[in-house]
Design a protein around this ligand. Structure first.
Ligand code: CDP
Ligand code: MG
Length: 138
């Protein structure tokens, strides 16, 4: 079933010049980029995005990380896109991420794990509405 998911390239990924590499992998998988922007995310957007983690020890650090520089927000569409992209990212903690995944190939620490992707279709719908409140071009 065709799904649309949200991918974020976090400031660490932008700083490491990995926009092209990450986007290349997504497109090579036959997933379509249907929304794309590079900008500095407002703190409010990031806090809403990570609302489920509010109160946890890493909440403030991860919000600080996501607002520390520009991010790429991408809407990605294709068959089983949510799970497919999630698998491509690898485990949240890069030391547990398999080689061949983005985190497994390019990241070492959980506080700088380079990417976000929606965990399930419900999260994808909520996150796309948050990051692309203006709607998608197609
Ligand atoms: O991003 P993902 O859905 O894989 O993981 P999460 O458990 O929803 O955590 C959200 C983000 O918070 C992670 O991607 C990390 O950037 C950050 N985090 C962290 O810095 N330290 C932790 N112990 C857990 C999460
Ligand atoms: Mg998550």
């Amino acid at each position: 079933m065709s799904e649309t998911t949200l991918v974020l390239i976090k400031p660490g990924g932008v700083d490491r010049n990995l926009i092209g590499e990450i986007t290349r992998r997504i497109e090579a998988r036959n997933l379509k980029v249907v929304g794309l922007k590079l900008f500095r995310a407002p703190r409010e957007t990031v806090e809403t995005h990570y609302e489920e983690h509010r109160g946890k020890g890493f909440f403030e650090p991860v919000v600080a990380y996501l607002t520390s520089g520009p991010v790429v927000a991408m809407a990605v569409r294709g068959t089983n896109a949510v799970r497919a992209v999630r698998t491509m990212m690898g485990a949240t903690n890069p030391v547990d991420a398999n080689p061949g995944t983005i985190r497994g190939d390019f990241a070492l620490t959980i506080d700088d794990n380079l990417t976000h992707s929606s965990a399930d279709p419900e999260a994808a719908e909520r996150e796309l509405a948050l990051w692309f409140s203006e709607g998608l071009p197609f």
